[in-house]
Design a protein around this ligand. Structure first.
Ligand SMILES: *[C@@H]1O[C@H](CO)[C@@H](O)[C@H](O)[C@H]1NC(C)=O
Ligand SMILES: *[C@@H]1O[C@H](CO)[C@@H](O)[C@H](O)[C@H]1NC(C)=O
Ligand SMILES: *[C@@H]1O[C@H](CO)[C@@H](O)[C@H](O)[C@H]1NC(C)=O
Ligand SMILES: *[C@@H]1O[C@H](CO)[C@@H](O)[C@H](O)[C@H]1NC(C)=O
Ligand SMILES: *[C@@H]1O[C@H](CO)[C@@H](O)[C@H](O)[C@H]1NC(C)=O
Ligand SMILES: *[C@@H]1O[C@H](CO)[C@@H](O)[C@H](O)[C@H]1NC(C)=O
Ligand SMILES: *[C@@H]1O[C@H](CO)[C@@H](O)[C@H](O)[C@H]1NC(C)=O
Ligand SMILES: *[C@@H]1O[C@H](CO)[C@@H](O)[C@H](O)[C@H]1NC(C)=O
Ligand SMILES: *[C@@H]1O[C@H](CO)[C@@H](O)[C@H](O)[C@H]1NC(C)=O
Ligand SMILES: *[C@@H]1O[C@H](CO)[C@@H](O)[C@H](O)[C@H]1NC(C)=O
Ligand SMILES: *[C@@H]1O[C@H](CO)[C@@H](O)[C@H](O)[C@H]1NC(C)=O
Length: 451
């Protein structure tokens, strides 16, 4: 290769890398940016055939929530698929099908009656209705986020399949098809055959005869076309609190008189009176404190203190909804100083490296302390402080100390258009007056913003 060709090749690689980088930026709308923080996040379903039975097989299905931040919330997961060989389900443990279907064609041997003959069964985890348990099962369909609580992020169920063509081996096996995770925002692949699962029970090893894998991925814009949270900012060196962007989540019919709003689009009761009863709220579970941003949750980020080698930020998550709890909430924040986070108070925290860069942390509440974000009105907020060791890039100017991206429960939060700027005169920080302003702002936030 001549030097000329080599440098051309190099130029081509550089320019294509640039084109790719700018394309990637253009192709990543902010509402999908969550996926950028968890690019391989998925729900994986493994359909393990353990025994051939003559008219079908016995399978154990394992379902894993491999999403770092996204929990599958109540009322839980629901999955449907289509049989391709007229199969029926003789029995099922650890999950239920929502209907039985028409079993009248099935010749019943010895009085046995099939559990489900629907050609497209829908399977759910309704713990109280499940006939028998399978290890890992029966979580009422709730699967926690993987980074946060991996022990509760999977489930299992078992089924005996019958009425398949005289089937005794993989040769005659026709996989079910068209798996759909019915929860909003997920799309699933067709099943593919993978290396059969090996499992260990009390040290004894068993390997499935066949394992099918279905991978479901979540797209934020499909599930929630409207953002679900927003960010407000303040700093000790400026007494302006930059609020959430107006209409960040909804342009509700906001009026300063109303204290309770429902989401725009829910037409029946635009305003509820201030002293709404729990009974009314059950029917309007997304009713919330009115705000110009219309968001159900807001995140306040305050730059609290400056030390010689460290700086401190305070985070407050505020639930504006009057009925809904957020149990097992989580918050991801991207900021270049996270590589040098020294301490996080009151929250559990784990650093992650999207794209190999150590600039993001995911945090969540502690058991029996703040893992439930209660409804607005009472203790509708949770708080933490973060202590960072200053990196060489550290500065308070240009808004450097504010987060680049905030993600609540896997949903990207809307950032405001501006940030509190440094006063021109305050190049030497912290002066006494700055600390005083900081104390005043902290007081203001704790008394006003938190309701
Ligand atoms: C699904 O997630 C698991 C765990 O992170 C990962 O190993 C796997 O590659 C992912 N699958 C796909 C298709 O992204
Ligand atoms: C699963 O349910 C969805 C929604 O009810 C439906 O659109 C889809 O056709 C069903 N899938 C199959 C394989 O029948
Ligand atoms: C069971 O198998 C028979 C024969 O293959 C088929 O006609 C029938 O549709 C299958 N399913 C049910 C629910 O009867
Ligand atoms: C059930 O299937 C049988 C046989 O195919 C049919 O005669 C009957 O009408 C079906 N029942 C219902 C409720 O669809
Ligand atoms: C998960 O389960 C293992 C084994 O039971 C236990 O050692 C570990 O502490 C659990 N982790 C959490 C986060 O509960
Ligand atoms: C699976 O879904 C696709 C698209 O909805 C449909 O064309 C196909 O017929 C379905 N396959 C079966 C076996 O139902
Ligand atoms: C907003 O609410 C007020 C009071 O309920 C009502 O009079 C007005 O028509 C509403 N405006 C819109 C645009 O919905
Ligand atoms: C919220 O949590 C509290 C305390 O755990 C519980 O009493 C209440 O029923 C929950 N409310 C909802 C709507 O889940
Ligand atoms: C990221 O930063 C944390 C905290 O300083 C450190 O423990 C971890 O090893 C770093 N990871 C990488 C990949 O640099
Ligand atoms: C910041 O973190 C990096 C990588 O973990 C480390 O090399 C560096 O010494 C840290 N800087 C400070 C000021 O702690
Ligand atoms: C505080 O920040 C706001 C918003 O960026 C800015 O308009 C204002 O001038 C700042 N105040 C001072 C005293 O610098």
């Amino acid at each position: 290769m001549s030097p000329q060709q080599r440098s051309n090749g190099c130029f081509w690689r550089m320019s294509s890398a640039l084109v790719f980088a700018s394309l990637a930026l253009m192709l990543l709308p902010s509402s999908e940016a969550f996926d950028a923080l968890d690019p391989t996040g998925n729900v994986t379903i493994l359909w393990n055939i353990n025994t051939w039975t003559g008219d079908g097989y016995i399978a154990q299905v394992n379902m894993f929530n491999y999403q770092k931040f996204r929990k599958i919330n109540p009322p839980g997961w629901a999955l449907n698929f289509t049989w391709t060989d007229g199969e029926i389900i003789w029995n099922m443990q650890g999950a239920v099908t929502t209907e039985q279907g028409n079993c009248s064609k099935i010749v019943v041997a010895g009085g046995a009656f099939p559990y489900c003959c629907a050609p497209t069964p829908t399977v759910m985890d309704k713990s109280k209705d499940a006939l028998g348990e399978v290890p890992g099962c029966c979580k009422d369909g709730v699967l926690t986020a993987w980074a946060q609580d991996s022990n509760n992020s999977f489930t299992s169920w078992r089924l005996q399949v019958g009425n398949a063509s005289k089937l005794n081996s993989v040769a005659g096996f026709k996989p079910p098809t068209n798996f759909t995770l019915l929860n909003d925002g997920y799309t699933c692949t067709e099943p593919i055959s993978v290396t059969p699962t090996i499992s260990y029970v009390k040290g004894a090893r068993t390997q499935a005869l066949v394992t099918l894998e279905v991978v479901c991925t979540y797209t934020s814009v499909v599930a929630k076309p409207v953002p679900a949270c927003c960010v407000s900012l303040s700093a000790f060196y400026n007494d302006t609190i930059v609020p959430c962007a107006s209409c960040a989540c909804a342009c509700g019919n906001y009026s300063s008189k109303a204290t309770v709003c429902t989401l725009s689009g829910e037409k029946d009761t635009p305003f509820l009176s201030a002293d709404v009863s729990q009974k009314i709220l059950r029917r309007q579970p997304t009713a919330r404190i009115c705000s110009p941003d219309g968001c159900p949750v807001s995140i306040h980020y305050h730059i609290k203190q400056n030390y010689e080698d460290y700086w401190r930020a305070k985070i407050t998550i505020i639930n504006r909804e009057l009925y809904n709890n957020w149990t097992d909430w989580n918050l991801a924040i991207e900021h270049p100083n996270f590589a040098n986070l020294t301490e996080a108070f009151s929250f559990d925290i784990e650093q992650i490296q999207p794209f190999g860069v150590n600039n993001t942390a995911i945090m969540w509440g502690r058991k029996d302390y703040n893992k439930i974000l209660a409804p607005a009105g009472g203790d509708g907020n949770v708080q933490s402080e973060l202590l960072f060791a200053k990196v060489p890039d550290f500065t308070f100017s240009e808004g450097w100390a504010f987060p680049r991206r905030v993600v609540f429960n896997g949903e990207e939060c809307v950032m405001p258009d501006e940030f509190p700027t440094l006063p021109n005169s305050a190049s030497r920080l912290p002066g006494f007056s700055a600390l005083l302003v900081g104390a005043l702002i902290a007081f203001f936030i704790s008394t006003v913003l938190i309701l």
